[in-house]
Design a protein around this ligand. Structure first.
Ligand code: PGA
Length: 249
């Protein structure tokens, strides 16, 4: 009953020219796809090119980050309204690279999420534990805290615009995918947490993506798990053929 989503996070890759070439490679391969939502998140500078290239296709465009204030003296930041104007319908929030390298916290994730969904974007909110936290047996506690602190206090209609991406940090860009069992176990814990902070219906409807070294050869085993509703794909989303193969899992 939950519609799957396959989302690509390009990180700091691709110029506008490379973005056009990507879509020209991707679109013919996914014309007939109807079983899932498809999202691509280019860097800010390529958003408008991506929106143009994806026009009249099923592909939706996402930002990789957003700021919570409406406007003002915030050098380097981009608002929800700016993203909507350029044609974005989604934004990623709280990616582990932003948490690790750019000081993102559960508190900033919460502010950004409230601003994003309040302003009409869908938010792909990332959570996930470090390797040391998993080794110490704290993985579920860490992710529960991230979900509670980052996603509490939203109002009913906003909940349907929240997507959670579980991305164990030890699996990102390492080639070390979580097993479908490890991923599914955490997805179930996230859904349970959502039921506790909201209600069973909201938890049942919540789409939870897995991210971390998703590739064409491991996507179908992940997607067979009931609680895994899609994937947030980094490296393998940069190439039209591998991203298309993942979309067609
Ligand atoms: P990866 O990145 O697929 O390259 O591991 C995933 C992500 O960071 O979203």
């Amino acid at each position: 009953m939950r519609r799957p989503i396959i989302a690509g996070n390009w990180k700091m890759f691709k110029t506008r020219g490379e973005t056009s070439a990507f879509f020209q490679g991707l679109i013919p391969q996914i014309q007939a796809v109807t079983h899932c939502d498809i999202v691509v998140a280019p860097p800010f500078t390529a958003l408008s090119t991506a929106v143009d290239e994806a026009a009249r296709t099923a592909v939706k465009i996402s930002a990789q980050d957003v700021y919570w204030e409406k406007e003002g003296a915030f050098t380097g930041q981009v608002s929800v309204k700016m993203l909507r104007e350029v044609g974005c319908t989604y934004t990623i929030i709280g990616h582990s690279e932003r948490r690790q390298y750019f000081g993102e916290t559960d508190e900033t994730v919460h502010k950004k999420t409230v601003a994003a969904v309040g302003g009409g974007l869908k938010a792909i909110v990332c959570v996930g534990e470090l390797l040391a936290e998993r080794d110490a047996g704290q993985a579920v506690d860490v992710v529960r805290r991230q979900v509670c602190n980052g996603l509490a206090g939203l109002t009913g209609p906003d909940l349907s615009n929240i997507i959670v991406a579980y991305e164990p940090v030890w699996a990102i860009g390492t080639g070390r995918t979580a097993t479908p069992e490890i991923a599914a176990e955490m997805h179930a814990a996230i859904r349970k947490t959502f039921a506790e902070i909201y209600n069973g219906a909201a938890a049942d409807a919540l789409r939870i993506l897995y991210g971390g070294s998703v590739k064409p050869d491991n996507i179908s085993a992940l997607m067979k798990k009931e609680d895994i509703d899609g994937a947030l794909v980094g490296g393998a989303s940069l190439d039209p053929a591998s991203f298309a193969a993942i979309i067609k899992y």
